[in-house]
Design a protein around this ligand. Structure first.
Ligand SMILES: [Ca+2]
Length: 450
């Protein structure tokens, strides 16, 4: 063997060793994953949350004595981000592919100014997570192409099955089992090959991505949670330390009283509020929601009490008719068109609009309390997916949306922002002027009263 052959041999050996090392690392990683049990201990979680609830009740009953001069307001604003936190790094965790509002929310998010928000990636929840990821990827990739965005925005198919779920889900076709699109529609919308990340040997790709973002980000991250909470619950289980680097989770769902009941004007200390209407996103995975709500992480809830506005203005037909030459929103436009046809069919009447639940949730994540006031406290999820709320204006880490201010102004800003980034810039100027006018008028009224 000559010198060069010897050298080559050595190099080959080195390469082999490296490969072996990589394999060992992979095995270790798999072992690590195996350690995280996905079994859900209902009795244990219920016992813990009940105990915590009772302790908090006792504590809040003493607030009047403890803070005698404090005038607690029932509905408050949620703390905003510090300036240095912007652009806020966010993960978009979604059950996109069923109700159209997730797609509208994603499009809105992509059109927001880069100085306000940075989308780290998209993770999908519930049922047919691969198709949902393909839908999200299609929207994201069209956006990147149109706006020549070089940076990757990865999409990850989420963890299935759910941790604990005993309830039947909503009524729209195969909602709950996956996207409502049929195979032909999927092929038309989404071009193969998909590149979304789904590790063939593991269902943990989305969970690991959430953990990685939390561990690697210099700034605290926010999670827009507009589907079930399976990925988030498992990320918190697998690495509880990530909680330190989560600024907030902004969740679509929850209320302190049922829709049919009038919201109380004033909340009472020590009194528990029940919402016997369990929301769709909680029902997707009750176990995951029980764990996440009990984790201590700050959660803002934007539920039906505040999202029941109707989006059917002039932008709806405009979006529906868009085709590919109009760029990024063609996918969302097609999805919207399919959704409205589908809804018209099942309700036997023309349905011309939709409730923008997820877009309002997304707005509140990036611009906290610009439009919503919240009741601060602690929310306990029951095994049936219902909830019990205790008002805790001092230490509560859950904020439940209770008052939607200026819905007309929001709706206009949101609708036009769907069209393009340029439209969003225009709308931001109008919005700021309108909100300033309202603030000035409010101040004028206060001054007159004095
Ligand atoms: Ca959703």
């Amino acid at each position: 063997m000559n010198t060069s052959e010897k050298k080559k041999n050595e190099q080959d050996n080195e390469k082999e060793k490296e490969k072996e090392k990589e394999k060992d690392k992979e095995k270790e990683k798999e072992k690590e994953i195996q350690k995280v049990s996905t079994e859900f201990n209902l009795k244990k979680v219920e016992r813990i949350t009940k105990k915590k609830f009772e302790e908090l009740k006792e504590k809040t009953l003493k607030y009047d004595e403890e803070f005698p001069n404090k005038n607690f307001k029932s509905f408050v604003k949620v703390p905003d981000y510090d300036e240095e936190q912007r652009p806020i790094p966010v993960i978009f965790d979604t059950d996109i592919g069923s109700d159209i509002d997730d797609a509208l929310a994603l499009l809105l998010l992509l059109h927001l100014p880069a100085e306000d928000v940075k989308l780290l990636g998209v993770t999908t929840e519930y049922g047919w997570v691969g198709v949902r990821a393909a839908v999200a990827e299609s929207i994201v990739e069209n956006y990147r192409k149109d706006y020549e965005v070089k940076e990757e925005i990865p999409v990850y198919a989420g963890y299935t099955p759910v941790l604990y779920n005993k309830m039947s889900l909503w009524h729209t076709g195969n909602e709950g089992y996956g996207a409502y699109l049929n195979e032909k529609q999927i092929k038309k919308l989404i071009k193969e090959p998909y590149t979304f990340k789904q590790n063939k040997n593991s269902k943990w790709a989305a969970v690991d991505f959430i953990i990685k973002c939390c561990l690697e980000s210099e700034k605290k991250i926010s999670i827009i949670s507009i589907g079930g909470m399976t990925n988030i619950a498992l990320a918190l289980r697998k690495n509880p330390l990530i909680i330190k680097n989560i600024d907030r989770i902004v969740f679509m769902g929850m209320a302190i009283v049922p829709h049919s009941t009038k919201m109380p004007d004033i909340l009472k200390l020590g009194h528990s509020y029940h919402c016997n209407h369990s929301c769709h996103n909680i029902r997707q995975d009750i176990g995951a929601a029980m764990e996440v709500f009990n984790s201590g992480v700050r959660i803002m809830c934007v539920g039906h009490a505040v999202t029941h506005t109707w989006f059917n203005n002039e932008i709806v037909p405009k979006l529906r008719k868009m085709d590919s030459k109009y760029g990024d929103f063609n996918v969302v436009g097609l999805l919207l068109d399919i959704w409205l046809h589908y809804r018209s069919q099942i309700f036997h009447q023309e349905i011309d609009g939709t409730c923008p639940h997820d877009p309002l949730t997304t707005t509140e994540c990036i611009y906290p309390s610009r439009f919503i006031k919240y009741a601060r406290g602690y929310m306990r999820i029951t095994p049936k997916g219902n909830s019990e709320f205790i008002w805790d204006p001092v230490n509560g880490n859950h904020y439940i949306g209770s008052q939607f201010r200026h819905p007309k102004i929001w709706l206009k800003w949101f609708s036009y922002s769907l069209l393009s980034k340029e439209q969003n810039i225009k709308q931001n100027i109008i919005l700021k002027k309108e909100l300033k006018k309202i603030k000035d008028n409010e101040q004028k009224k206060i001054d007159e009263m004095l």
